[in-house]
Design a protein around this ligand. Sequence first.
Ligand SMILES: [Fe+2]
Length: 220
Amino acid sequence: MDRQALRALLIPIQEMCNKFAQQRITRSTIFSYKREIEELVNQVNYKNLRMNRPSSLEWQDTGAPTHFAEIHFSENLQIGAFGLTNIGCKVPLHDHPLIHGFIKVIYGKIEIHSFSTKTHLAPEDDGTIEALYEGSRILTPEDNAIYLSPGNGNLHEIVCMDPASVFFDVLIPGYQDCQCSYYEMPRPLPPPQTVAVVKRRPRGGDYWTAAFDYPRLFDL
Ligand SMILES: [Fe+2]
């Protein structure tokens, strides 16, 4: 499957990421390129991905609440597609230490709850951190990509609102050697723009992903 149109969007993103890496990735560096990256990610859709909408029935057979395909991976850039099987399935609250993220919905509808923390250091398992609840947003393929920076919205939970929802996820520079940490969603949800205490939870639990059948782009 040739995906020239997708490559044409991803090559400039990879080139910008390579420049970031040479300059060290800082907030000011990424902000100067943010709009350019957003414009490219905004153009990603099911046509240039050449992706048919997965069948939620097929996904129900895997029993997994979420599905994942790595689309492209390099030293400075990690791109994947997440699939959420059914309404209410979620990618639980997790962090992105020092990572800049762009999310674009390809199919269906998702809700993103975001929190901002002042530190990129996760507490120990069952430890807590304070996080500012930024509120939630509902996104569909008609919406532009959203941007999450290390200082803003760097913790998020993503909830499926339409069976077989798919979103495209760009992480700069990606998790590299570190792993994300998972947290318990504070319930009841705090009012937006208030600080909540969130508790780190051990990996695993009821969250797991099955493979999303979508071919990887080894070379752009
Ligand atoms: Fe995430």
